[in-house]
Design a binder for this molecule. Sequence first.
Ligand code: NAD
Ligand code: DAU
Length: 352
Amino acid sequence: MILVTGGAGFIGANFVLDWLGNSDEPVLNLDKLTYAGNLHNLQSLQGDARHHFVQGDIGDRALLDKLLAEHQPRAIVNFAAESHVDRSIHGPEDFIQTNVVGTFRLLEAARHYWSALPAIEKQAFRFLHVSTDEVYGTLSPSDPAFTEDNKIEPNSPYSASKAASDHLVRAWHHTYGLPVLTTNCSNNYGPLHFPEKLIPLVIVNALAGKPLPIYGDGMQVRDWLYVRDHCSAIRRVLDAGRLGETYNVGGWNEMPNIEIVKLVCALLDELRPRGDGQPYAAQITYVTDRPGHDRRYAIDARKLERELAWRPAETFATGIRKTVQWYLDHPEWVATVQSGAYREWVAKHYAG
Ligand code: NAD
Ligand code: DAU
């Protein structure tokens, strides 16, 4: 079996569903169930003996030791993290605890478990760390896309904490020989995306008749990848990635935020027109910019393509249509995740 951490969050849950859709190898899913983790994401696995869920913290060393000894996984895939940049600006502490201290504890538990494995299992063991393009900092419009050789220049508390975790993973390989792999991916979108992030926030606000908040001038560029393509990249790296290497994952799909929002509005106009005949774009509202807002991210994913023959299956046109349709088809999921804690965050962050 494999141990997946953070498997009740957006990408982790998509990964678990994708994994069990492609193989019968069981998954031990360790997730703390913070505001971002949701067992509704895994409802379709209820009663499926291949999925074993444990609520717990990657920073809890005793729990990690117990789970590793009991379940003897052949790999660990680490998604668990605090992931929202705006929250890291309001309160960085949780980001340091989970992304830095938590990753450290997980690495230490993995190292002790791995060191004691018999030779064949030891050689086959993998620790895959899921990271982000944000560790590379920001690009100007004319800069080439980030390669794996770019300097690490994180600008937000979130990206700094992820960069720190990437460094720990690298050091545990270099010093102790732990068989690690790291992926650095661009912005994901798709089903199960928590509506604090741009695309799902715009969909749910549009349908609720609320403002669609655009930070600053809306010309910040992100490189969007459909979440299931990220999952297929992780499976590929886990299968065949070279030990100690990092692999950039991206969709070759750079777009300014305002264009993304207009495109989502146009899809909603087509699929669920407003009752008053007005376009959803009328709800667009420019708001104060994010402090330290990175201007542009772009991923050069040629290493992954060249070495492991990975390519995304979705174009942005197909992926975003599926995504908007998924939100239209799952109003009960949206209602469930918009709990009291969610409403408090929105009220605090978008006040004024
Ligand atoms: P998310 O916030 O939706 O989910 C994170 C999950 O981790 C939640 O289920 C949460 O309960 C769990 N978690 C948090 N702290 C934990 C802890 N201490 N112990 C155990 N579980 C804990 O995040 P996501 O968007 O699914 O991102 C997953 C990973 O992918 C993160 O490491 C993130 O940095 C990385 N990543 C995200 C994107 C993106 O666009 N969302 C892009 C590149 C990389
Ligand atoms: O690049 C990968 C990263 O993508 C991941 O590592 C992070 O975990 C993930 O959250 C995401 O970070 P971003 O900050 O790019 O995503 P977010 O959806 O928060 O914002 C996308 C862009 O939209 C960004 O330029 C900020 C802007 N934005 C966001 C929100 C929530 C707005 O203009 N208005 C908003 O209300």
